[in-house]
Design a protein around this ligand. Structure first.
Ligand code: KMH
Ligand code: ZN
Length: 272
């Protein structure tokens, strides 16, 4: 077991679900900020942020990101990580627009893939454009690795100086079109990282719990929340994001791994 404290990310709402999937999904600015605050109060230190417009559809509108960010900052201290993936089909300029607000972190997806029935487009040109914007605004990128080849792309683009040297990795496993969410895949992906590389696992649906628990024992970090999973147990909807955080905190403590405070999380990720 590692003595590296566990950083918990909460992916509060995502871009793919609606209240039809679960009535507990936060979609208004107040709901998202309250849900983030509750998650942070239970032990999350990173909030992975997507926002919704007035019709509750996913949007990358700057004014809404600004509003939600202000609301979260008023309620609690945490690392705010903006999505640059948006939802499938969001034009690239829109995806990057909120980076102007200089969040602490932002996602950078490392390749084009099938995403359920759609295509999530991240050509080298797109990756370079988002990465340039991330660098320009002094933001720490979290590289979203949905499949094995995306780690090869990461190495290649690092050599070409297209992505910054300091980044966090998130293995997002179980999206239809990407690598399956199983322990063999997690271990193989992890084996390919440099020794000091920080990483998180996100797993879709019922695999969220087993994969995050494995990451705790492997020295990685975890992401939980409605973006990836809406069920607390089989057939039982979670009623809040905080419910997932509480469970991870309890399990991690039982396994003898402390939860990172915000300043510990900052030190681990930002190396300062
Ligand atoms: N909504 C997905 C298409 C990210 O946040 O950058 C992309 C996604 C990754 O959620
Ligand atoms: Zn996301």
């Amino acid at each position: 077991m590692t003595n590296n404290p566990l950083i918990i990310t909460c992916a509060v709402t995502g871009a793919e679900l609606s209240k039809k999937d679960t009535p507990y999904l936060p979609v208004t600015p107040d709901e998202i900020a309250n849900s983030a605050n509750y998650a942070v109060s239970e032990g999350a230190s990173i909030i992975h942020l997507h926002v919704r417009d007035e019709s509750f559809n996913p949007t990358q509108r700057i004014d809404i990101f600004e509003d939600v960010t202000k609301k979260i900052r008023k309620k609690c201290n945490c690392i705010i990580q903006y999505s640059t993936g948006g939802s499938v089909g969001t034009p690239i300029e829109e995806r990057m627009a909120p980076l102007k607000l200089k969040p602490d972190m932002a996602t950078l997806s490392m390749g084009t893939m099938n995403f359920a029935k759609d295509i999530f487009e991240n050509t080298e040109k797109t990756i370079q454009a988002i990465s340039t914007r991330i660098k320009k605004n002094g933001i720490l990128p979290e590289l979203e690795i949905f499949d094995f080849g995306m780690l090869d792309t990461t190495k290649r683009l690092l050599m070409k100086d297209i992505i910054p040297q300091n980044f966090h990795i998130n293995f997002v496993l179980g999206v239809q079109g990407g690598a399956n969410a199983n322990i063999k895949n997690l271990v193989s992906l992890h084996d390919r990282l440099n020794e000091n590389q920080t990483w998180t696992v996100s797993a879709i649906g019922k695999n969220q719990l087993p994969l995050t628990v494995n990451a705790i024992t492997m020295g990685g970090h975890v992401r939980v929340g409605f973006e990836d999973n809406i069920f607390y147990n089989k057939g039982e909807l979670a009623t809040s994001n905080a419910q997932f955080i509480k469970r991870i905190v309890r399990i991690s403590n039982e396994l003898g791994r402390n939860i990172a405070t915000l300043s510990e999380a900052r030190k681990i990720l930002f190396k300062n």
